[in-house]
Design a protein around this ligand. Structure first.
Ligand code: PMP
Length: 302
């Protein structure tokens, strides 16, 4: 089955993705006025395990309200996403994309009073970034959007132009991924990932005021670190701490846990996957594939 044959939810109805269309004067298309989520459904061989389904729906709900939209209730979104997987029965790893968007067609970049809509579709997805090889990353020449400009925290569609500029620059220059600094010159996040570094046995990740998306995988890694007895702190991270770190890895729904081998052509640590990264990566994989009962509440079985 090709991607476009999967059923999607749009305008309150189920239709093949290829038939879900919006007018060219749609507000979200003109002004980037939408917000979205990316949720993984891991295929266990017998059923799909939707990872952090409620957490993603809660984030979408809060973000949509900040952008002055009226989202369906969290429980209603959860129901639609479960139905999306049931109706398509994809039998493989997939990625679910629910979105709230301004579907009005009026002129002018305002938020209040513009009609909005909810949609959801899925696509097949295995790795987004290579989790095995060790990534080659660069610091982007593009600064991360400050919270007072376009809040990264809202996962707004328009904000992803910032990510697209950084990722494109990185890939055109031969790197796998870009790391943003924020407007204070501190380490922020990747184009679609949060970042962790390890220094002297301590795990460090930029805090929630560093213009990052408050990543759900980031929170999961902090929980795993606590459970494994690995000390961790959320605090501002200076640029040169990255180059001096013993281990660096990126986390996110898409990239999962992907270790970094070089930053701006400087080798991280010994240039191999570090032991702390390896432990966290293994613990994360066991949890998301449902092999570790202690994290069963992370998953919604469909
Ligand atoms: N930062 C950005 C900019 C992202 O797009 C993503 C992917 N959603 C992440 C971080 C990771 O967030 P999460 O773990 O919630 O997927």
């Amino acid at each position: 089955m090709s991607t476009t044959d999967y059923l999607a939810f749009h305008e309150g109805d189920w239709k093949p993705l290829s038939q879900c269309q919006v007018p060219i004067n749609t507000h979200a298309f003109q002004y980037g006025t939408g917000c979205f989520e990316g949720i993984r459904a891991y295929w266990s061989g017998e059923h799909a395990n939707l990872l952090f389904l409620r957490e993603h729906c809660e984030r979408l709900y809060r973000n949509a309200r900040l952008l002055m939209m009226a989202p369906p209730s969290v429980d209603s979104m959860i129901g639609t996403l479960i139905e999306l997987v049931q109706r398509n029965a994809p039998g493989r790893n997939t990625y679910l994309r629910p979105m709230m968007y301004k579907k009005g067609t009026g002129l002018g970049p305002v938020l209040k009073g513009v009609p909005d809509g909810f949609l959801a579709y899925l696509i097949p997805l295995d790795d987004y970034l290579d989790t095995e090889k060790g990534l080659s990353v660069c610091l982007s020449s593009w600064r991360r959007l400050p919270d007072n400009s376009i809040p990264t925290r809202t996962k707004a569609t328009g904000g992803y132009l910032n990510s697209a500029l950084a990722k494109t620059e990185a890939v055109l220059n031969g790197y796998d991924e870009a790391i943003f600094l924020n407007d204070r010159g501190q380490v922020c996040e990747g184009s679609a990932e949060n970042i962790f570094i390890l220094r002297q046995g301590q795990l460090i990740t930029p805090d929630k005021t560093a213009d990052i998306l408050e990543g759900i995988t980031r929170a999961a890694i902090l929980q795993l670190a606590a459970d494994l007895g690995i000390p961790a702190v959320e605090r501002p991270v200076a640029r040169t701490e990255l180059y001096m770190a013993d281990e660096v890895f990126l986390v996110g729904t898409g990239c999962q846990v992907s270790w970094v081998r070089t930053i701006d052509q400087r080798v991280v640590g010994e240039g191999v996957r570090g032991p702390v990264t390896a432990r966290l990566q293994a613990a994360y994989e066991a949890a998301v594939y449902g092999r570790d009962e202690r994290y069963a509440q992370w998953l919604t079985r469909v």
